[in-house]
Design a protein around this ligand. Sequence first.
Ligand code: ZN
Ligand code: ZN
Length: 409
Amino acid sequence: MPQSSASPHSNVAGCADCGLVQILPPASRGSIVECARCGNSLGRSVAGSIEVPLAFSASALVLLVPSALAPLMSLVSFGTQRSNWLPSGVEALWRDGFLSLASIVCLFSVALPFLYLTLMVCVLGGVRLGSSARLGKLFRWAGQLRPWAMIEVYLVGCCVAYTRLQDVGTVHIDLGGWCLMAATFSVLLATVTLDEAAVWDALPGRVAPMRSRRALTCDACGLLLDADRERSGCPRCGARLHRRKPRTLERTLALVVAGFLLYVPANVFPVLSIERFGRNEPNTILSGVRELIASDLWPLAALVFSASIVVPLVKLCGLSLMLLLTHRRSQRWLVGRTYLYRFIDFIGRWSSIDLFMISILVALVQFGNLTRVRPEAGAVAFAAVVVVTMLASRCFDPRVMWDATETAE
Ligand SMILES: [Zn+2]
Ligand SMILES: [Zn+2]
């Protein structure tokens, strides 16, 4: 996500959230420059803005290798020990015939974190070494992958699974688990210390001086360009240039409707079933929360309830409100709506906690006829809700809310 859209020729920037083109004041070290209209961060000055995130990204990538190869946690129950690796949840879902669920868990928890960190190490390492060939395209891909590389969400899913497994037997955190914690911590530090604008500024591309007063901001890297370059490729990151995201209202509406339709089966049907001594106990998302409350695990119950039930609903209702008010060209709560959009876009990926928890329980709790956990159809609908709502917030262009008021009678 481009936070800043500073032009390499001047200190003029176009806000990615409200579209306002403005002159930026010089940023002092450690300060953040905010959009004058919607409060979006347009740039900040961070010391060591390439080397520090490079070091954290490289250490996270190295730590991910033992996280994937060594067991994360072990469960001892009924005199048997079972261990869970990063890919074992994927394997268990695949074995039970839930191919779509296995693919989603594999992408979000294993493949995309590896790919994202590899891209970041290549880009930041390349910038540090003074190279810029093709790095713009790689950095754009890294930015687009970031929301889908859910290593920190997976770790929280592990914590929820760890707590729920206490009822089944004794749980130990193994070497892979400690490495996963360290890798997640490194990823978070890399994200916090990364100054995207500084990286983009180090990748200037070939930009002609602006001739007209009508400006266009690249969605991917935030470069400010002449409006007549629409539909051509961005000279810095290679993305197709559009004044606004194409068909943003229609695409968002279609995804929001699909999200509402999927939200019902995701909450009504069981997401997993526990077989204890031949007796089958189906579990919905809500009954999982009730179980946590019954075990006096209130903070965890609140976390799962918020992430799995409240967040998808807030996203769907929030985007519906934005679509409706934009359609009516309303000026109501414009700044508030833009803040809500940023919140929705940021929080959406955290709904996957339950999905990862299910994959871990399915892999670990396999004790034949004594106790075993199986995934159920509700989990597929729930995964679809997560993906569809994330795509909806990605497709929505908040600048159209501001455009609608400018053209209002
Ligand atoms: Zn703004
Ligand atoms: Zn660009």
